[in-house]
Design a protein around this ligand. Structure first.
Ligand code: AMP
Ligand code: ZN
Length: 117
């Protein structure tokens, strides 16, 4: 599924129809603070186009996938996460994905444990 879906909360954020604390945006991606932060810095990076998960995005448009990861690195820099950070893309039910519009979590500002739960 590509384009924009009116039933998708992240499509609505990308369109400006739902408020979000946006920290970065360009013609391909939008980055905004997670509403339920799990670390001092917790930003979500999404492609403006709707793709359900990272596998679908990779299949459909590798340029947008690269833009997503480049924006995650840009956010880490602007949020001053030089000490380290984590980029997470939960995928599917067992992966903990709850919003079916692909998004990269950028987490940092504290030491992150491994393995994740
Ligand atoms: P995931 O569980 O990987 O699908 O992550 C979905 C994330 O989206 C969760 O961390 C939620 O807290 C976050 N989230 C859901 N709705 C919003 C919203 N309207 N604005 C900001 N973050 C949101
Ligand atoms: Zn969407």
């Amino acid at each position: 599924m590509m384009g924009s879906m009116s039933s998708c909360p992240f499509c609505l954020i990308a369109a400006g129809s739902i408020d979000a604390d946006i920290v970065y945006s360009d013609d391909q991606v939008v980055a905004f603070r997670d509403i339920n932060p799990q670390a001092p810095v917790h930003v979500l990076v999404i492609p403006r186009e709707h793709h359900a998960n990272v596998a679908e995005l990779a299949r459909a448009d590798s340029e947008q996938l690269a833009a997503l990861l480049a924006a995650a690195a840009q956010v880490a820099e602007s949020e001053q996460l030089a000490a380290g950070y984590r980029v997470v893309i939960n995928t599917g039910g067992d992966g903990g994905q709850t919003v079916d519009h692909v998004h990269a979590h950028v987490l940092g500002g504290r030491h992150l444990t491994w393995p994740p739960g």
